[in-house]
Ligand binder design. Sequence first.
Ligand code: ADP
Ligand code: MG
Length: 306
Amino acid sequence: MGQVSYRVLVVTKPSEQQSIHNGIESKLDEIVQLMSTYVSDSQVSQFNDLEINKAFKVDPKTFEVLTLSQLISEQTDGAFDITVGPLVDLWGFGPKARPEQIPDPMQIKQSFQLIGFAAIKLNIADVSVLKQKYRRIDLSAIAKGYAVDEIARYLDSQLVSAYMIEVGGEIRLKGLKPNGEKWRIAIEKPQTGFTQQILTTLVITDISMATSGDYRNFFEVDGVRFSHTIDPKTGYPIAHNLASVTVLNKDCATADALATALMVMGEVDAVKFANEKNIAAFFIIKTDDGFKQVSSKSYKILTNEK
Ligand code: ADP
Ligand code: MG
């Protein structure tokens, strides 16, 4: 995670607000210190700097995110891959400065040797991680969702009965607002620039929601847009007509990772995958004259869509 903004709304007593605020901040600090590749001595950065075939003991939280990441990589046939970092850097979306230019195809080809989640081995017996080949871990596509879940667990432990947590656009909701209503969450129209227009509003609770889109973080060369989501199979930023994917799921880390994976798959495979695996997903697809919306079966059921 680089700089991420967050927002938490809790229904609680005024006297408890300060301590809850401090508790949330310390949870976020902890996750950044463990998992950010923007912090040079974070646990993940330390692992990235380590030589191959050396077991590295990690915090149980880091281990949990790595385990979930590997599972989702397997389930999505590598569309989600936390070792995609060298390509992210090559395309200029990593912690280093952004080149804003298309890399040399030779360099892209060479990067393939540095990528592949299967060379990361997790050992539950001593909570350690090891790389069998050169690999760098980048948890950017799942850590925001995990941070949301951690804050939720913290608020649950403080017996907070209703909240809206948002970290870098990923959301988790619980309970009802003081007026007795569910939370209202807007899905934006995909557009660049500063204006934001609402496409649809969901009235939901007791669920997480994550969105992956190609219209917030990208650069353009000669009118072609290059997204920060990379297809690990081609080595190129995704280039298809999916403008955004929103996933609803119980936990936010899974929603976050799945949104990125579906984005990589592209509209045809992603809609099929979501329907087969019962993923509640909402797709915004670019058409010649604007956008069209597609909802997976589970999404329709969850949102009472007719
Ligand atoms: P989005 O919300 O658009 O999905 P995220 O912030 O969740 O974006 O994830 C994008 C970041 O994840 C990228 O900046 C990069 O660091 C990393 N990333 C890019 N492509 C992949 C991928 N295929 N699998 C896992 N992580 C990726
Ligand atoms: Mg994501």
